[in-house]
Design a protein around this ligand. Sequence first.
Ligand code: 2AM
Length: 502
Amino acid sequence: GEHHIGLIGLAVMGQNLVLNMADHGFTVSVYNRTTEKMEEFIERCQSGEPSADRVIGYAKLKDFVKSLAKPRKIIFLVKAGRPVDMVIAELLPLIDKGDILIDGGNSEWTDTIRRENELAEKGIHFVGSGVSGGELGARFGPSLMPGGSKEAWNAIKPIWRACAAKVDKKTGAELQGAEAGKPIKGGETCTAHIGPDGAGHYVKMVHNGIEYIDMQLICEAYSIMRHLLAMKPEEIGEVFEEWNKGELSSYLIEITADILKQKDPTNKRKAFVDIVLDRAGQKGTGKWTAMNALDIGVPANAIGEAVYARCLSALKDERVKASKVLKGPKIKPIQRGKAKYVEMIREALYCSKICAYAQGFQLMTEAQKEYNWKLNFGTIAKIWRGGCIIRARFLQKITDAYANDKKLQNLMMDPYFKKAIHSGQEDWRKIISLCAEHGIPSPAFGSALAYYDGYRSEVLPANLLQGMRDYFGAHTYERTDKKRGEMFHIDWPDPKRPQYKA
Ligand code: 2AM
């Protein structure tokens, strides 16, 4: 065969990725378990897609595999979990040594490590490639985070680099205006080899964890304007539109402005947000990030907080009941000097965001030791500048921070971010204390501040904690005036049996 690449799994993401690749001049063989979906897709292509003749459908997996140039490149976008193993098992008897299988779904990185190991033994390359940017991203330029071997990366590189989102070399802003048949040319591409085995899927997972906290922080900023300042959704939408012109400029801030200005489609007098049920769903990647942080012992508390905030939102019925029973303060919203408070909320949001990203990057810094990767954080921030959900001007600053100091321990220690927190923290603290006074939940703002204050504390009360552990469990303690690792213990009396010695 001579087709450039094959794609299995023609749900929306799969279809759009096919069209993206075809628009860039690659011939793509397609296959789907349910043949009708493949046929429908081919029909759709032929009735209006400029690159339709580069998309070729196959009803039989064998013919699909045969149509591909060697080494074959086969990407699948099927449901995470067992379906991925099933597709691999079906392909194995049909492919040859040196062929490259690519999982473009949201697989857990531990599964990706396992699959890469199993397939490496058979001489097959396996690439777990995170894909971010939703449906439109897949169509016109996603952020692509491939793991796997260097060799596999070199083979897929031309396709990946062509299809990923593009950003302006100087400003880092995403290049816009791609259309069907007219992809973006030039600019810097939003893909790079992340590292071996599961590194790509891992970094995609952390991207999603950061996405969770980014969204939660925006929601809290909205809620504070709504309740502390009694602002209407549309007014708040205008604030976000303003914010989108400055250092907070990002995709999520931009869509927030649109959403807050949207009316209820069934009743134009109501704001859309006021008819949406406040019960958040989740698919798991944020939870995995928080779980991994707990596993390897990294304080990514704000990311965890964002997951818990969704869990708490899901207890809608309980909250409705509790709202009639549990009392809070009754303080009137602030009416005077709103503009000043809006600016304070912006500062609070920016400071919190810095802490949240610091946690995400610190998590990756520790994870690479755990899993034997060498991640390039400047590059990771770079390929998140376009295509993906957290794309933002901010990411250029992170790239710059790692360019200045490759071994940067924590983003907050970078001069630019340090300065931003220093100049914003007074407002940040004030907003959080106003939330506490007024009884407005702002868990992510508060959690980010706790992280900041904890991280900059030379002494934490863990000294007392160690004392307790030594008291009840003889867990021993270290002394400030002795070498680390030298352990001491006091024979504590039992308060109930002061005479008894163990
Ligand atoms: P289907 O159209 O035959 O259901 C998203 O669900 C995509 O994953 C769909 O294209 C779906 O195929 C595919 N998919 C889900 N489970 C699969 C499996 N076990 N084998 C192959 N494809 C699968």
